[in-house]
Design a protein around this ligand. Structure first.
Ligand code: ADP
Ligand code: ZN
Length: 433
């Protein structure tokens, strides 16, 4: 049974009526309280009252990260400071940070959304939960913490880093659940192997991973190496943090908390809404937040939506695993490539470790992609000739599957910096312009 089955299993028609009501309230609210939205709606010639159906969303202008940066810190906040009980922030990769303000009601709803996620992952009050997401301004640490506390788990707030201590505590406390980024889970698995600890022998049984793109192949690798079920969480600071979408026991797509977040897929170039099932950029409207509602926020995340019955009984629409951020999409010899496609192929190769980084350079007018991946120690030790063969094999595999020529560099084990949070997968050395 889901955590809040009255919402999670709500029949479609009832859900649509609920969404429309909340959407209208939110539009009235932002129009009245946030000059940025009033101006934008006026410029586009729409009034909140023009929205009579959820699909009328497409009439509204989109919001982008730069709008949040331009209105830093509180320009998009609809309530006076005294009503805020928490302020998170995300630094992103460049430029000014963006803020995530919460009223008490927002915090409560966020906790509920995230609790649905953990509950769906099978986490219960008897669990000992090791939370290796970073605590602080990042929404991951506290977002997971609050929800696990609500279920009644014993939460161990390790935060990220100090990997050896993570493993010692995991052993000593008998942690049954791990929260971290998928890349940090791999770092922990690897360090444990070096310490002679087999995580598969420990009580750990489930992980809830998110905050960065990862492939199904990576999920299998983590499940196998840790002997756990690897579940997923998706979210972003602009909408609350983790708790926007989550997978269920079917492990087949992520259910979106659609009583809170309306999802659309648009063409990232034309911004035209795309039909259900088509891949494109995910756009969200947050319809229950008070401090900082979001109207048609462009996430830059690429995926597709599916509406279909799920074995778990939830009626929430599903999204596929995120393929990548449109920012990370590479165009190599005219072919669009996401780092996740390369990741999936590398995980097919038995001679390498799941540690890689992609380097893009300009060679003449062309973009050139180098795939740096670590060899397994026993492969690396066989010498240069063997390494050359493996590099060729990987290059041919990528050429055969994606149709692009890449330069493969097999690295010695442990040369790539291990991730403790969001992994750095792409180094772009092309001149900026
Ligand atoms: P930042 O923008 O600084 O990375 P956030 O922590 O708010 O700050 O990150 C949100 C982003 O993280 C999402 O837009 C998405 O790109 C990524 N993300 C979060 N969860 C997942 C997930 N399960 N799968 C893929 N990407 C994810
Ligand atoms: Zn389901």
């Amino acid at each position: 049974m889901p955590w809040e089955d009255q919402f999670e299993c709500m029949p479609a028609e009832k859900m649509q009526a609920f969404q429309l009501k909340k959407l209208k309230e939110t539009l009235e609210w932002v129009y009245e309280k946030i000059p940025f939205y009033r101006k934008k709606l006026d410029e586009n010639g729409v009034k909140p009252a023009d929205i009579q159906h959820v699909r009328d969303l497409a009439k509204l202008p989109v919001t982008v990260k730069n709008d949040l940066r331009d209105n830093y810190p509180f320009g998009l906040c609809a309530v006076p400071m005294e009503q805020l009980v928490r302020i998170h922030a995300s630094s992103g990769t460049t430029g000014k940070p963006i803020t995530g303000p919460y009223t008490a009601e927002d915090l409560e709803q966020w906790t509920q959304c995230m609790t649905r996620n953990l509950w769906a992952a099978g986490i219960r009050k008897t669990d000992i939960v090791q939370n290796a997401y970073g605590y602080g301004l990042f929404t991951g640490g506290l977002g997971f913490h609050q929800a696990a506390t609500r279920i009644g788990c014993a939460v161990v707030p390790t935060s990220s880093g100090m990997t050896e201590r993570q493993i010692t505590l995991m052993k000593d406390f008998g942690s049954t659940v791990l929260f971290s980024t998928p890349s940090y889970a791999l770092t922990i698995a690897e360090r444990a192997e070096e310490m002679g600890v087999d995580i598969r022998d420990l009580p750990l049984r489930v992980g809830v991973f998110g905050a960065e793109p990862w492939t199904t192949a990576m999920r299998d690798e983590i499940q196998e190496r840790m002997g756990i079920k690897a579940m997923e969480a998706y979210g972003l600071t602009e909408l609350c943090g983790p708790g926007v979408a989550f997978d269920c026991e079917a492990q087949d797509g992520l259910h979106i908390n659609e009583d809170h977040f309306l999802a659309e897929i648009v063409d990232p170039v034309t911004l035209e809404p795309l039909p259900l099932g088509e891949p494109g950029e995910l756009v969200f409207t947050a319809i229950q937040r008070r401090a900082m509602p979001m109207i048609r926020y462009r996430t830059k995340d690429i995926t597709r939506l599916r509406r279909e019955p799920c074995a778990c009984g939830r009626t929430f629409i599903k999204m596929d695993k995120i393929t990548g951020r449109s920012d990370d999409m590479l165009i190599i010899s005219g072919v669009n490539v996401f780092p996740s496609q390369i990741e999936a192929l590398l995980l097919d190769v038995e001679e390498v470790l799941p540690q890689y980084v992609l380097v893009v350079r300009k060679k003449g007018h062309l973009d050139q992609l180098s795939v740096r991946v670590e060899a397994k120690p026993e492969v690396y030790d066989q010498g240069e000739e063997k390494r050359g063969q493996v590099e060729k094999k990987i290059g041919a595999h990528i050429q055969g599957m994606i149709g692009i020529g890449v330069k493969v560099e097999l690295l010695a084990p442990k040369t790539i910096t291990r991730s403790e949070g969001k992994a750095l997968r792409v180094i772009d050395e092309r001149p900026k312009g």
